[in-house]
Design a protein around this ligand. Structure first.
Ligand code: ASP
Length: 334
């Protein structure tokens, strides 16, 4: 079952205490974030843990809002919002990234500028603290769009980008998840025996700025127990990430293989461009296409007029939104 956030948001953290949904009008800025469709089983989420997630999402929104409210570009806003989540061990990106089947970490990230259709993507990084900033640098300082591990890390070194030891990414929780997923695999159990939280995660942000420019950014550790070298949808333009001023900006989370096969992010843009669908209709249609293929996950999207979509077909999706009135909304479940 698809869940639309407009029906689901119940908690507003704005000062006025107003609850619910705010649609933006033309020429206003806005930012939407997700922290992955791998939400913890609701019954297992303690109030303390829930508060931690909500605070982390709020910090991410604040970082992006700060940029947009002073008239900064959407590219800066999505990068800032994603960096906060990369640095936060609660999310599967940067610190807190999931483990590969070899017990290592490999990170993918992508950023796209809706105004120029320029993009930067880095895959299978092993030692970059903030992959999203490396993707941005690649977009701006290189003729190339995508670099893999060795090339990307050499490029990072040339530009003085901060690198860290693999140990930096370690969290006990992700290690335990690897053990559970590997145990399920040994027993030949279906993937779906494993919880969403153990399988999924990724962080992403989409924004429209005061000039009407759109941007999208996605960063991930990928899927728990992935083979080393496996690349998901997050760094693939048109699959997990896409931005085009003519239509929308999208960031996805979920079973990457299915989002790639569905060319999910670009399909949303294409449905808007060629069929005249709203961002909400197009997003629903594409997530349904992913589901029919057998994929689970979610996505966030925004258009230049502030239309939003926040959809998922999992238990929940860590997510949040802020508009130019400074109304912050965060939520996890339906
Ligand atoms: N989409 C990510 C990947 O396939 C993982 C996720 O969001 O759950 O690498």
């Amino acid at each position: 079952m698809l869940c639309h956030l407009r029906d689901a948001w119940t908690r507003c953290i704005s000062e006025d205490g107003e609850l619910g949904w705010t649609a933006m009008s033309n020429n206003q800025f806005g930012l939407v974030i997700h922290g992955g469709a791998g939400a913890i089983d609701r019954k297992k989420l303690t109030p303390k843990r829930e508060e931690e997630y909500r605070d982390a999402l709020e910090q991410s929104l604040k970082a992006g809002f700060e940029v947009l409210s002073r008239g900064g570009p959407s590219l800066d806003a999505v990068e800032a919002a994603v960096r906060v989540m990369e640095d936060d061990p609660h999310f599967n990106a940067g610190k807190g990234a999931v483990f590969t089947s070899a017990g290592t970490h490999e990170l993918d990230a992508c950023i796209m500028d809706g105004k120029t259709l320029k993009a930067g993507a880095v895959v299978s990084l092993k030692s970059i603290r903030n992959p999203i900033s490396l993707a941005r640098l690649l977009m701006e300082e290189s003729p190339h769009l995508m670099l893999d591990c060795a090339g990307a890390e050499a490029f990072a070194k040339e530009h003085g980008i901060e690198s860290v030891d693999q140990k930096y990414f370690f969290t006990q929780e992700r290690w335990d998840a690897l053990q559970r997923v590997q145990e399920a695999a040994r027993k030949g159990e279906n993937n779906f025996v494993v919880s969403d939280q153990d399988r999924h995660g990724t962080v992403g942000a989409v924004a429209v700025d005061q000039a009407g420019n759109l941007a999208a950014a996605t960063s991930t550790g990928g899927m728990t127990n992935k083979r080393p070298g496996r690349v998901g949808d997050s760094p693939i333009i048109g699959a997990g990430t896409y931005a085009n001023n003519a239509t929308c900006a999208v960031s996805a989370t979920g079973d990457g293989e299915y989002f790639i096969r569905a060319t999910a992010a670009h399909d949303i843009s294409a449905l808007m461009e060629y069929r005249g669908m709203s961002v909400e209709q197009a997003s629903q249609s594409v997530l349904e296409k992913v589901r029919k293929l057998g994929g689970t996950g979610g996505l966030i999207a925004i258009d230049a007029k502030g239309g939003l979509a926040l959809l998922f077909n999992t238990n929940g999706m860590y997510r949040g939104h802020v508009d130019q009135a400074g109304k912050f909304v965060v939520d996890i479940y339906r």
